[in-house]
Design a protein around this ligand. Structure first.
Ligand SMILES: Cc1ncc(C[n+]2csc(CCOP(=O)(O)OP(=O)(O)O)c2C)c(N)n1
Length: 641
């Protein structure tokens, strides 16, 4: 049989008859295609290159039209997409209306879980296995559930919660541990060290595995070999925590060797119950630059061809920097002046802007791994001792640590500063990564200051204010760049007393109360309306979502015919909702138009800008909406068609 072209693969059925050599060639083809395509679209290159053989063999050892394969995070599912008939759409990866960069139920029945957050695959697979009990009709015929999980995700607490319950229930489940020793940066924690101890006993394991596979060819002892094997293993290799938890352990084996992968999976199926198959892989395998810098290859951006137009546009734009970079520099400056400041990340030092702090102040930097719950509780403890923890976590991932924000920080009124990056629309990553709920879930905590900077100047000022005042603070900013200075210079701005907004523009045609990066949009629209239509808007930078500036809102309600709120956050429960609650409590009567993310899931698109447009948050959409509002004869009706 000839190996099929990737574009001809309709389902995993098409690779079932390949021999060993053909499978190897197929994997080479997949790898070459991944390098080519992922550099066009951007995406998780290193993670995907590392699991080509694992995923290809999983699709031969199991039948995932009835068994279930759950990818942890789902960022490493590209080979799976190819083998389940999606190669023809690969040019659309992470683009508007194109293939998602993660597993997505809407795309294929083979995508069991639409995911993007780490650590939950084992629990979800255990639930599937429990729910499928009896489905096979006879003992030993129920579908298998398989969780494919990386070593960093595996060290998150929830992975162990899943593993231990699955072991107790003895569900039919295989956990495939893809151990490449890397998270986005190097894996941390003593579990990583434990895995590396197991790794160093690999030679002994190899001897053991050889003995065992030979023994299985001899029916007389083969039957009892699993039992005997356990005894031998305990003598040869370090005590496996997993076995003590009731989980069969196989490995560590070479995850790039199809034969080893196949034999391990076959053995796992024979053992029954819950088996952990531990494979060693190389992140970015087959792409040479990843060998020296796996962190860089974890996710790559599309290769851009510089065009004269791009360069001209860049030169014309005012001075801008990524919010993340502004935060990083500000934190280093403040951290240099105050040794009580500690920085904490849950597995994302560079993404969260902490790499520089880590190298400048290593003893005050803490990467806890993918453990948001622990990171937040740890910050609560540190703060109790008088330190000033800054917890830098993406808005979407702080959801994992919500209860710890509530109990270990907010309820204790500890001085912890949460810096939420990617708070808003994120573009290519899609619904799993949108940071659209943080204000809704944080503003209900009494004594929790929640603010958002409109520019680089205020980001640093807000961070300084948060670190010098009492109680918990949350600062949020979106993906994308901050204008350096919008409005007054730093020293002329009103102090950042919690619950005070700043008026940036006067006018009588209507008022805009905006938050964070949306203030820039509001000002741009107001200037255009003034120039083109002589409409003069009063524009405010709310600065705080909690507490809310009651005086400013009461004044607006007295003066203006209407009020618009703008936020890059879900409308449900967000900043606009908080404004309406305040107005209601004040007994103020003014028509309010809320602009934010509508009450539905926002799929991935090629860019954040396209999503802003879709959600009515682009300057063009706001321009036409506010022009309409200002042009209507009173009374203003703001009911949306
Ligand atoms: C709850 C949560 N926190 C953080 C992240 C961000 N994140 C995505 S992939 C990743 C590293 C995953 O490492 P590992 O599980 O070892 O898989 P690998 O990429 O090495 O294959 C991180 C931290 C996430 N997806 N979910």
């Amino acid at each position: 049989m000839n190996i099929p072209l990737l574009s001809e693969i309709r389902s995993p059925q098409d690779i079932q008859d390949l021999n060993d050599q053909e499978m190897k060639e197929l994997c080479q083809d997949i790898r070459a295609a991944l390098i080519e395509k992922v550099f066009q679209s951007g995406g998780h290159l290193g993670s995907n290159l590392g699991v080509v053989e694992l995923v290809a063999q999983l699709h031969r050892s199991f039948d995932f039209s009835k068994d279930r394969l759950v990818f942890d995070v789902g960022h490493q599912c590209y080979t799976h997409k190819i083998l389940t008939g999606r190669f023809n759409r690969f040019d659309t990866l992470r683009k508007t209306n194109g293939l998602s960069g993660f597993c997505n139920r809407k795309e294929s029945p083979y995508d069991v879980l639409t995911a993007g957050h780490a650590g939950t695959s084992i629990s979800f697979a255990a639930g599937l296995a429990e729910g499928h009990k009896g489905l096979g009709g006879k003992e030993g015929e129920d579908p298998w559930s398989v969780a494919l999980i990386g070593d960093s995700a595996f060290s998150s607490g929830v992975a162990f919660e899943g593993l231990t319950q699955a072991a107790e229930k003895q569900v039919r489940m295989v956990v495939v541990l893809n151990d490449n020793e890397w998270s986005i940066s190097r894996s941390v924690g003593t579990l990583a060290r434990y895995l590396s101890r197991i790794r160093s006993s690999r030679t002994l394991n190899a001897v053991y595995d050889r003995v065992q596979s030979l023994a299985h060819r001899l029916p007389a002892i083969g039957e009892r070999m699993d039992e005997v094997g356990e005894v031998i293993r305990h003598v040869l290799v370090p005590g496996h925590v997993f076995e003590e938890l009731g989980v069969n352990y196989i490995g560590p084996l070479d995850g790039h060797d199809l034969e080893q992968v196949e034999s391990a999976l076959t053995r796992a199926k024979r053992l029954g119950g819950v088996t952990l198959c531990h494979f060693l892989t190389e992140k970015g395998h087959g792409y040479e630059p990843a060998g020296t810098d796996p962190e860089r290859a974890h996710g790559v951006s599309p290769r851009k061809v510089p065009s004269p137009v791009n360069q001209a546009a860049r030169a014309a734009s005012p001075k801008r920097q990524a919010f993340t970079a502004v935060f990083s520099q500000a934190l280093c400056r403040l951290g240099g002046a105050d040794t009580r400041i500690h920085a904490i990340t849950a597995g994302m030092p560079s993404g969260a802007g902490l790499s520089q702090f880590a190298s400048d102040y290593p003893s005050r930097f803490h990467d806890t791994g993918i453990t948001e719950q622990h990171a937040v509780a740890f910050a609560g403890g540190l703060a109790t001792t008088g330190k000033k923890p800054v917890v830098a976590i993406y808005s979407t991932f702080l959801q994992r640590g919500y209860d710890q924000v509530f109990q270990e920080v907010a309820l204790q009124q500890e001085d912890v500063v949460f810096c939420l990056d990617r708070a808003g629309l994120v573009g290519q990553d899609g619904p799993t990564h949108q940071g659209l709920y943080d204000m809704a879930y944080l503003r209900g905590f009494p004594g929790f200051q929640l603010a958002s900077p409109r520019d680089a100047v205020d980001l640093e000022r807000m961070l300084a204010a948060a670190l010098s005042q009492k109680g918990p603070w949350g600062l949020r900013w979106p993906r994308g760049t901050a204008v350096e200075c919008l409005g007054l210079a730093a020293e002329l701005r009103p102090e950042l007393t919690p619950g005070t907004a700043e008026r940036l523009r006067e006018g009588a045609s209507g008022a805009v109360f905006a938050l964070g990066a949306m203030v820039e949009h509001a000002m741009e629209v107001a200037d255009r309306l003034s120039k083109e239509h002589q409409i003069e808007l009063e524009v405010w930078d709310a600065r705080f979502c909690s507490p809310m500036d009651q005086g400013a809102l009461a004044g607006i309600a007295r003066r203006q015919p209407w009020l618009a709120t703008v936020e890059e956050h879900a409308l449900a429960g967000g900043f606009g909702s908080a404004v309406c609650e305040t107005l209601a409590d004040l007994g103020a009567q003014i028509p309010v138009s809320r602009h934010g993310v509508p009450h539905r899931w926002i799929e991935h698109m090629s860019s954040r800008e396209e999503q802003l447009e879709l959600c009515g948050l682009s300057t063009d959409v706001l321009f036409s909406e506010w022009k309409n509002l200002a042009s209507r004869s009173s009374p203003v009706s703001l009911s949306k068609e």
